[in-house]
Design a protein around this ligand. Structure first.
Ligand code: 13P
Length: 281
């Protein structure tokens, strides 16, 4: 069944577990994510990132995710990850996405508030849930402006409280030291900051850059209020390695695809266990 993220994330926050948001980029990743969720009897938030639209478009993803979601009898939300312009977000809503992220996190605070408020008005009128980002999650590029001033872009707890009040957003992505992509060196996660944010903000909190953060650290983040964790890089690496391993032993690309799907599913199920998101339906 296609659902939005409101109730599942509130329930996750109340009961201290997290729902994975695997990113999808092709049919293998869609089937793997839905099958993993069915196998662990828990919901899944299927995330299509705006930066991945060249791999799979909005309409295409909506058709395929709904087709396989129904076929496998999954409980799934369809989410636009890192939407960064009004047109793309409205298009996702039009094609039946049940959840959207507006990422205006690189803009000044007031502009971020303004844009999120505008999206929330439209999305809520369509019963679509909204995630926003405050502070800015890092990247694996050490030369980017963000990474040069990494400490200064972490989420401020008082600002987070004001942001949620002003925007009426449904969930908040926080910047506490995780990075998108591969970490260079050991992850340096600011758990004190997360604890402070969670005390001031009661809506579900979202962690981006889940890959490579480490099982123990992710568990600690969940204890402190994280209810949704985004995973992309590890799933892509799992698929890539599976393809590499089978490439030389067969010319049957159908079989190669199957091994990629299986590897993504296995990797995601491991995350489901770490997030304590088993038998949650
Ligand atoms: P990773 O690629 O680091 O897992 O991050 C995924 C993510 O946060 C997508 O929004």
């Amino acid at each position: 069944m296609l659902i939005n993220t409101r109730n599942i994330l509130l329930e996750a926050r109340q009961n201290q577990y997290a729902i994975p948001q695997p990113n999808i980029w092709d049919i293998n990743s869609i089937k793997a994510a839905l099958k993993a969720s069915v196998e662990v009897k828990s919901p899944v938030i299927i995330g299509l990132a705006q930066s991945h639209l060249e791999y799979m478009g909005i309409e295409e993803a909506a058709i395929l995710v709904n087709f396989y979601g129904k076929k496998f009898n999954a409980e799934y939300a369809l989410h636009l990850d890192h939407g960064n312009d009004y047109q793309t977000i409205i298009k996702a809503i039009k094609y039946g996405f049940t959840s959207v992220m507006i990422d205006a996190s690189t803009l000044p605070y007031d502009e971020n508030v303004y844009l999120v408020k505008e999206i929330v008005k439209v999305a809520h009128a369509c019963d679509v849930t909204v995630e926003a980002e405050l502070g800015h999650v890092g990247s694996d590029n050490p030369n980017s402006e963000i990474m040069k001033n990494f400490q200064s872009v972490l989420t401020e707890p008082d600002e987070a409280e004001d942001f949620v009040k002003q925007t009426n957003v449904d969930s908040l992505a926080v910047a506490i030291g995780t990075v998108h992509g591969k970490y260079r060196g050991k992850p340096n996660i600011d758990l004190d900051r997360l604890e402070k944010i969670a005390k001031k903000v009661s809506i579900p909190l979202v962690l981006h850059g889940g890959s490579g953060t480490g099982e123990d650290m992710l568990k600690k983040c969940i204890e402190l209020g994280i209810s949704k964790i985004n995973i992309c890089t590890d799933l892509m690496v799992a698929a890539k390695n599976a393809i590499k391993e089978t490439m030389n032993s067969t010319d049957n690309f159908g079989d190669i695809n199957l091994t990629a799907e299986e590897a993504i599913k296995k990797c995601l199920i491991k995350y489901y266990r770490t997030f304590d998101c088993i038998n949650r339906i």
